[in-house]
Design a protein around this ligand. Structure first.
Ligand code: CDP
Length: 238
């Protein structure tokens, strides 16, 4: 089960990519890398250090050199990982509305993107990995074995994000989240470098009426069929 494998999962804000990615990775005995965490970490550093979130010459080097660690959960409070920056637990601080509002600005900067892309490729090299983001199938891992593009209507995505915040005891107004999600989607899709868009060979998954279990069952079937036909091709080649 340690054969190299790369699965790319992309899609807009709140489409359920992270939960789906983690569940699929677990079923495939792969590691799950959520690339949004890295862009959120750059944004957190920019905000806490008072740096300009639109200044590539400042934030590119930050992205290349930051001390970010993603480790198994150290607290049982619903988190999938514990995230440390310079040893400080910032797991939930990366998910505040302030970060949500700002994150697509550093994410649009070419220097930030190339630093993050290089680190993500390094992590995936030779590994068995499910990687989640916006540009994984198009830019980071264009040769991924299988690519999924996960979507849901903006209303469903806003409701899910509000449910997540409520589950953590935070206040959330669905209409405000909806507005923030629509703005972030527009910025992520409209940027020049690595915009959010499905790869030409991505399999689309509309999740409005699907449970995570159903998504994973569908995805596992696709992965298994793809790998079987790739193996068959290789065998025929010999
Ligand atoms: O969880 P959610 O879908 O709301 O966001 P996320 O996956 O944590 O990503 C946060 C932000 O990081 C996105 O809105 C993008 O601006 C940026 N991002 C990106 O540009 N490229 C990626 N591969 C992943 C995230």
């Amino acid at each position: 089960m340690n054969a190299q494998l790369a699965i790319a999962i992309d899609g807009p804000a709140g489409a359920g990519k992270s939960v789906f990615g983690a569940a699929l990775a677990s079923a495939l005995q792969a590691i799950c890398i959520d690339s949004g965490i890295v862009y959120r970490a750059v944004t957190w550093i920019a905000i806490t250090r008072g740096l300009d979130p639109d200044h590539d010459a400042t934030l590119g080097p930050v992205a290349a050199s930051m001390n970010l660690q993603i480790i198994p959960p150290t607290v049982q409070d619903g988190r999938q990982f514990t995230i440390l920056i310079d040893g400080e637990d910032v797991t939930w601080e990366l998910r505040t509305p302030d970060i949500d509002r700002t994150v697509s600005r550093p994410s649009a900067l070419p220097g930030v993107r190339s630093a993050v892309t290089e680190q993500l490729r390094h992590l995936a090299r030779g590994a068995r990995v499910v990687m989640v983001g916006r540009d994984i199938g198009t830019v980071v891992l264009p040769d991924a074995d299988v690519k999924f593009y996960v979507t849901a209507t903006p209303e469903t995505r806003a409701r899910r994000r509000a449910d997540e915040l409520h589950a953590r005891g935070q206040e959330a107004v669905v209409a405000d989240i909806l507005r923030s999600i629509i703005e972030r989607d527009a910025r992520d899709s409209g940027r020049v470098t690595a915009p959010l868009r499905p790869a030409d060979d991505a399999i689309h998954l509309e999740t409005d009426n699907l449970t995570v279990d159903a998504e994973v069952a569908f995805a596992l079937d696709v992965v298994q069929r793809t790998l079987r036909s790739a193996n068959a091709l290789e065998t025929n080649d010999v």
